[in-house]
Design a protein. Structure first.
Lengths: 117, 285
């Protein structure tokens, strides 16, 4: 695992709940499927299993719901789907993230502009 | 304790990364979650989900470490955090009441067997012995089910040494306190007939059955092969204790001092078998 990957994984951990809620807003998924979808979008975790404590917390908080579905590859699989409270949390979290990312971008770009001067 | 050992073993196995280690890692995490007192339905769900993820990851050529990170115990601990809740007050009360009933029944049975009398006298020293035994229950609970994972290995080791010392010292302490109280309050409080002992055993059994029934974290012996094996070992232990106790009684009963060990073994064997039976009953109820 490279230093860049570790750093990216640390950054992702801070917004992992938001990313998982966003994925579930598209369609219900199971744990490994979420990891694959995150990887497809260029996001990877140093330890994939770290999504489960987050999923458990979201489930216990009433933001998402787990249910079992038969799987063609073996025993039934636990899928998660978004609940209305989760949708509201996603909307709030997205607004927070946009404000935060905007602030970080302004700081970084200002720094770059100062360096080029 | 047991779960920490499993993790150490799993950490070593993780080096080789064999297909079998998927099952071994799942098993180690399951034991850890059981040890942390996570409700069994949640443990079963986490186990199935974890195994599913590991198998899918292996198919994609990923390592176990890619799923769990370097520290499997930290991974299992993080996952279990959201499920950990202290036992409800009625459950705690039931546990303490059943423990108290068992200790009273145990002391009474000991006196019946040791004195070879159907009706025994109850002294203040007996009550002190019961209270002392009750006071040490949290320690024995920790020695049996392990210390919280938040405790560092050094502190855990120290706690075990202290626990063992207290356990050994308890017998001597009980003897001293009983002797002191017997001397300061020599007249018996009341007579304790065998009917009362039987009633206490029945009450303790009912309370324990109810406590086991309410306990979502209890082990389900018939569902897991390794737990079945463990239950078998406990039964063997109980039977051996009974046989040895009976044989020693036959040989040493006439001597007063020699009676303690056989009586103690008979009580230990009988209580082990009886608690196992209650557990089975509560599981199938």
């Amino acid at each position: 695992v490279t230093q860049d990957n570790k750093r990216s994984s640390q950054l992702l951990k801070g917004v992992l709940d938001l990313c998982l809620l966003a994925l579930l807003s598209e369609q219900p998924c199971y744990g490994y499927e979420m990891i694959q979808k995150l990887a497809d979008r260029g996001l990877s975790l140093v330890s994939e299993g770290s999504i489960y404590p987050v999923l458990s917390r979201l489930e216990q908080g009433g933001y998402i719901e787990g249910y079992r579905e038969p799987s063609p590859e073996g025993p039934s699989r636990k899928y998660y789907r978004l609940l209305p409270q989760g949708r509201r949390r996603l909307a709030q979290g997205t607004a927070e993230w946009e404000r935060f990312a905007h602030g970080v971008n302004r700081v970084i770009r200002q720094g770059e502009a100062n360096e080029s001067d | 304790m047991a779960s920490t050992e499993s993790f150490d073993k799993e950490k070593q196995m993780n080096q080789t990364e064999s297909t079998q280690s998927v099952e071994a890692v799942v098993e180690a995490c399951t034991l850890y979650w059981i040890g942390r007192g996570i409700p069994r339905p949640a443990v079963d769900e986490m186990r199935a989900e974890f195994r599913d993820h590991l198998q899918a990851a292996r198919k994609d050529g990923k390592s176990i470490r890619a799923v769990t990170g370097d520290d499997i115990q930290a991974f299992a601990s993080a996952w279990s955090e959201s499920y950990q809740q202290p036992a409800a007050l009625p459950t705690q009360l039931l546990n303490w009441l059943s423990a108290a009933a068992w200790i009273i029944a145990g002391v009474a049975l000991f006196k019946h067997l040791y004195g070879q009398q159907f009706t025994v006298s109850l002294y203040w020293s007996d009550i002190v012995a019961v209270l002392l035994l009750l006071g040490t229950l949290p320690l024995f609970y920790r020695l049996t089910f392990g210390w919280p994972a938040s405790l560092s290995p050094e502190r855990r080791q120290r706690a075990e040494v202290i626990g063992a010392a207290v356990g050994i010292g308890l017998v001597g302490l009980l003897a001293i306190v009983t002797a002191v109280f017997r001397q300061s309050a020599p007249s018996p409080l009341t007579a304790w007939p065998w009917r009362l002992t039987t009633a206490t055993i029945v009450l303790a059994s009912v309370l324990t059955g109810a406590a086991l029934r309410m306990d979502l974290t209890r082990l389900r012996m018939h569902t897991r092969s390794h737990l079945r094996r463990r239950a078998g070992r406990w039964n063997l232990f109980g039977v051996f204790a009974l046989i040895i106790g009976a044989a020693l009684s036959f040989l040493a009963m006439p001597e007063t001092a020699g009676r303690i060990m056989p009586v103690w073994l008979i009580l230990l064997g009988a209580s082990t078998l009886w608690l196992w039976f209650l557990h089975r009953l509560a599981t199938r109820w």
